[in-house]
Design a protein around this ligand. Structure first.
Ligand code: HEC
Ligand code: HEC
Length: 204
């Protein structure tokens, strides 16, 4: 269960500690150059309802996702820190510059909603600890952290479970996800998926 007392203290430490390590937002990506290689990506990410096969869950929405987070995710797959054979195969041949460009392009899509910070405010009690990083309205407060607003409910469940069972590792969020129960995960995923934010953006 989420206990407010402990989390408040842990959170302050985490957030302060984390700020020191967060890489500065990288502005070196060129969205125009990133558009062309990103076209293949939208073959999965740009199709509403497209699913990962085993286990079955929806391919995450990327339109409006934070650029530095996309960069970190892609480098994670490329360097093998983040496991997923399909995604790993997609990024093996990408250079750091390609990754920056693609991230700049994807972050720009649907950025109007995300820039405006969505319209709703998180009021779910279970989400109080999450908003410090993922934002009052599910739009993350740092370009290095993923926005959750509008993401597929199934993907949010899947990713939280990946942190809980250790298949996906990242110091900060692993600690946040560990105390969550199955019921917390369901509730948080349901809640965030219903906020206005990320979108599936189809190839033009
Ligand atoms: C064959 C389908 C497919 C293709 C093509 C594909 N992806 Fe993915 N992508 C996925 C799936 C499935 C996941 C979820 C993997 C996981 O659970 O870690 C994912 C995850 C991601 C994530 C992590 C999102 C998050 O919220 O953590 C990013 C970023 C991403 N893909 C970018 C890309 C880019 C850029 C390309 C093109 C170079 C691409 N993908 C091509 C299926 C695909
Ligand atoms: C101290 C900052 C911080 C707090 C607090 C936090 N997170 Fe995170 N969260 C992160 C970071 C950083 C990542 C990206 C980690 C990575 O690269 O895998 C992340 C990733 C995620 C993801 C995966 C998103 C994706 O697109 O793949 C989900 C889902 C998530 N967090 C949900 C939550 C929930 C629910 C809470 C509250 C219980 C929470 N987070 C609290 C920092 C935080």
């Amino acid at each position: 269960m989420l206990t407010k007392m402990k989390t408040a203290a842990v959170l302050v430490t985490l957030v302060l500690g984390y700020a020191i390590f967060v890489p500065p937002a990288n502005a070196s990506g060129d969205a125009a150059r990133g558009k062309i290689p990103a076209y293949t990506c939208l073959g999965c990410h740009g199709i509403e309802g497209y699913r990962n096969a085993y286990p079955s869950y929806r391919v995450p929405k990327l339109g409006g996702q934070k650029a530095a987070y996309i960069v970190a995710a892609l480098q994670g797959y490329r360097d093998g820190e983040r496991e997923h054979p399909t995604m790993q195969a997609q990024v093996t041949s990408l250079s750091d510059q390609d990754i920056e460009d693609i991230a700049a392009y994807l972050a720009m899509l649907n950025s109007d909603t995300v820039e405006n910070g969505g319209t709703q405010n998180v009021s779910l009690e279970a989400a109080v600890t999450c908003v410090a990083c993922h934002g009052q309205n599910g739009i993350s407060v740092s370009p290095a952290w993923p926005s959750l607003a509008g993401q597929h409910e199934e993907y949010l469940i899947e990713s939280l479970n990946q942190y809980r069972n250790g298949t996906r590792k990242e110091a900060v969020i692993t600690q946040m996800a560990a105390p969550l129960t199955d019921a917390d995960v369901k509730l948080l995923a349901r809640f965030n998926s219903r906020l206005e934010g990320l979108e599936t953006t189809s190839p033009e």
